[in-house]
Design a protein around this ligand. Structure first.
Ligand code: KG4
Ligand code: ZN
Length: 348
């Protein structure tokens, strides 16, 4: 099948994403986020996210078809995230996708959210987008508020291996929690990024989780951020107890530096160990300016080709799900049977 027209549905967390692609070309990418509703709780509330998806899905589908200039009945297939993610949120998307596929008489492809993040990289933004196709194998580092995963991708549609992941908080979650203890609003990532601008990243040496020799045998490609968070909390507490001012910019810059160092040390170690000279980044934390800068410096130094899709395709979205669905179709994969469920812990 050449260049199928695929509608993708993403509802694994707080973004209701509808994307439409033709083959590897992006036609529309509509996102409605319930982020604001979660802000006063300091993190995503699953029940609130699921209800928001229910309200946003149909308008988002309308908006996406309008933007793509297509009629719903023209699509060749529906693709939907069936996991991993928040169970209730996933169920809303899966239910909607099935209803759509059945009513249109079209096939449906249930896809993995993490593999979807990698799929984002195959998308061309239009006929003039001359980005080279994704080459294999590649290491992929996916960092968001919900996940921190390191993947070895030998083939997008048939061979993706999980090398490691966080054993506690996700990287974005760490940003959100540290921002909170510094008195900054949610989501904390952009706030810390901004506060860090005026700070010295070497002012305070915060610990790099799971990087000691003793941890490396068992957790070579795994991540840990809870010790770092506790260390920042303790440092700030001591200052406050001593009635000393907390140097916000320095704490933000030093914390950010630790997260960036942890993420890239592991990702580049995977590239080197496995002889894979390519690194792909994805997820909302990629918005972090320092992470992108250090990633460029370290991959350049190691002779590794770095790929970062546009930010609108790095954060959770439906286009990456549609793109993966289209790749599956073009590779001749059969559609999913209609009795699949939502799996909050779906492995890659
Ligand atoms: O992928 P994403 O939009 O959504 C989900 O996690 O589902 O990622 C959001 C996460 C939040 O934790 C947010 O604090 C973090 O990404 N984030 C950042 C930055 N912008 C967003 N973290 C660090 N630096 C940033 N500039
Ligand atoms: Zn994601």
């Amino acid at each position: 099948r050449v260049n199928p027209l695929v509608l993708g549905i993403e509802t694994s967390c707080d973004e209701t994403g509808i994307g439409i692609v033709r083959g590897a070309t992006l036609l529309s990418n509509t996102i409605a986020s319930s982020m604001d509703e979660h802000a006063r709780y300091g993190g995503v509330v699953p029940e609130v996210a699921a209800r928001a998806h229910l309200e946003e899905l149909v308008p988002a589908i309308r908006a996406a078809t309008l933007e793509a200039g297509i009629r719903l009945e023209d699509i060749d297939a529906v693709a939907v995230t069936c996991g991993p993610g928040l169970a209730g949120a996933l169920m809303v998307g899966v239910g909607a996708a099935k209803a759509l596929a059945i009513s249109l008489g079209k096939p449906i492809y249930a896809v993995n959210h993490l593999v979807g993040h990698v799929g984002a990289d195959v998308l061309r933004l239009g006929p003039d987008d001359m980005t080279e196709p994704l080459e294999y194998p590649t290491i992929a580092l996916l960092v968001s508020g919900g996940h921190t995963s390191l993947l070895l991708v030998r083939d997008l549609v048939s061979d993706v291996e999980l090398l490691g992941e966080t054993i506690d908080d996700a990287a974005g979650e760490a940003f959100d929690k540290v921002a909170r203890l510094l008195g900054l609003p949610y989501p904390g990532g952009p706030q810390i990024d901004r506060a860090a601008l005026a700070g010295n990243p070497t002012a305070i040496r915060f610990p790099r989780g799971l990087s000691q020799t003793k941890d490396m045998a068992k957790h070579r490609y795994d991540f840990s951020f809870s010790g770092l968070k506790t260390s920042v909390a303790r440092w700030v507490e001591q200052k406050r107890d001593a009635d000393e001012p907390v140097p916000l910019a320095d704490v933000a810059a030093s914390f950010r530096e630790a997260v960036v160092d942890i993420l890239l040390t592991k990702a580049i170690a995977a590239c080197v160990d496995l002889g894979v000279p390519r690194l792909l980044l994805g997820g909302g934390v990629i918005a972090n300016a320092r992470l992108r800068q250090v990633a460029q410096e370290r991959t350049d130094a190691a002779g590794i080709a770095l790929r970062i899709p546009p930010l609108s395709l790095c954060t959770d979205n439906g286009a990456m799900i549609a793109a993966l669905g289209a790749q599956l179709i073009m590779a001749g994969h059969p559609p999913s049977a209609l009795d699949f469920g939502a799996d909050s812990t779906l492995p890659v």
